[in-house]
Write a protein that binds this ligand. Structure first.
Ligand code: HSE
Length: 436
């Protein structure tokens, strides 16, 4: 590139004047991070906040409670929205895009709840809506899924997308902290949602998974369509059983292309073997394992929650706006969009105190029963339909944890496979110890 072209390219970069909504963990983090990156030439002109009474480490005249002051300011060309309230957040995003401004957002709940309309608004206005910070915070997972992985070659993704639950699992089962103390720490460190039920019961993870599926497979869906749970039922007994096998427990979001061409997707606690990269992910870190044709497995790892890690992703989106970066949603608009499958089986572990609450008839096969003094468990194969039809498996003191390699596409196939392996003289171990 010649000197002159280089010069022109620099000239072309937009200067960015930001209107920021929210000055909590992420908003304040961004404010500080922007001050440390003057080369970006992006300035925050105004910050809209809800509660003017709070003490804040920034000049008072930066703040307002009047959202229109930001949304109607012609000088502001970027709205950064990092607030908690998903209804207010969507109103802000919508108005900002319609007013011709680019938007950077970290509101996963808002995005999951309004995905079709957000897609439509981007098409209608031609403005950018970027949200790298909304999933896996510091890991650039959206841009990678969007730009790098061809539709046909993306065989599967396994990911830890919620930092708080991963932090709690690590603290409880490795450092032997009790649940309340672990959650309190996650809150104090700024990882947890203001309503931590969203983290613990899996809502935050499934919200993130909803739009990651759009970038990965072109699937436009809602959290209600995805099978999910959090870690609220996982207990010391489950951890102990896993421990005996050398397995850890993680809250894993996954998607896999089935032979039918459809995609199995869900978010559930799972036992992970030590050779699974996700076993390496501890505390508030997130991790994403991508399986793609020819490349085999790739592992992305980084902080998934917290002020600066999240602000770093917002910063990267702001920086990308200087060269007009937009998500193209290639898998949605340029390929045949993916479809969620409702037809596959899962290999599960289920622990309980009272066997009478276990609906045995829902299981295709039950391969193991174990009774110990304090609790009992089984390992079996169940059609996903029986987990989608109602929430029996989240209630009555039941705790369901996926076994490693949980997805079974068709039972006939695995029986045939089993038979042929047996005929080949292999000694098959039933259940629990891994591959079939
Ligand atoms: N509460 C979220 C988490 C924050 O723990 O992952 C980051 O999205």
């Amino acid at each position: 590139m010649s000197q002159e072209t280089l010069h022109n390219t620099h000239e072309h970069h937009q200067s960015l004047t930001i209107g920021l909504f929210g000055f909590g963990v992420v908003g304040e983090g961004l404010y500080k991070v922007l001050h440390q990156t003057p080369s970006l030439k992006a300035t925050i002109k105004k910050v809209c906040i809800k509660n003017p009474g709070k003490a804040r480490h920034a000049p008072p005249d930066l703040f307002t409670t009047d959202r229109d002051l930001l949304l109607n300011d012609p000088e502001i060309n970027v709205i950064v929205e990092v607030i908690d309230d998903s209804v207010a957040a969507f109103q802000i995003v919508k108005t900002a895009l319609l007013n011709g401004k680019h938007v950077v957002s970290a509101s996963k709940k808002m995005i999951a709840e309004n995905l079709p309309e957000i897609l439509q608004l981007q098409q209608q206005t031609g403005r950018s809506f970027l949200c790298e910070a909304a999933a896996c915070a510091s890991i650039p997972v959206i841009r990678n899924l969007e730009e790098y992985y061809d539709n046909d070659l993306l065989h599967g993704i396994q990911a830890i997308v919620n930092g708080s639950t991963n932090y709690i699992l690590t603290k409880m089962f490795e450092d032997k902290l009790d649940y309340r103390e672990a959650l309190l720490q996650a809150q104090q460190l700024g990882f947890a949602e203001s309503n931590p039920k969203l983290d613990v019961e899996g809502y935050d993870a499934v919200n993130k998974w909803t739009f990651l599926l759009t970038h990965a497979y072109g699937i436009v869906t809602t959290p209600e369509q995805i099978l999910f749970n959090g870690i609220q039922n996982v207990n010391g007994f489950d951890a102990q059983v896993g421990n005996e096998k050398g397995w850890a427990i993680r809250l894993v979001a996954q998607a896999r292309k089935l032979d039918s061409g459809k995609v199995a997707a869900f978010v559930l606690p799972q036992f992970v073997k030590p050779d699974n990269h996700l076993a390496f992910v501890r505390h508030e870190y997130n991790g994403v394992v991508i399986e793609s044709g020819f490349a085999d497995k790739q592992f992305f790892y980084g902080k998934g929650a917290g002020s600066f890690p999240t602000a770093s992703a917002v910063l990267s989106d702001i920086s990308a706006l200087r060269y007009d970066y937009k998500y193209e949603y290639k898998k949605l608009y340029h390929h045949k969009p993916g479809e969620l499958s409702e037809d596959f089986y899962l290999r599960v572990y289920l622990s309980f105190e009272d066997v009478s609450v276990v609906p045995k008839e829902k299981f295709e096969t039950i391969e193991e029963w174990h009774a110990r003094e304090d609790r009992k468990y089984l390992a079996g194969l169940i059609h996903v339909y029986h987990l989608r039809e109602s929430t029996w498996w989240k209630e009555n003191g039941l705790s369901l944890v996926l076994l490693p390699d949980a997805i079974v596409e068709s039972v006939e196939l695995s029986k045939v496979k089993r038979k042929s392996l047996e005929l080949a003289g292999l000694q098959l171990h039933h259940g629990f110890n891994g591959d079939r």
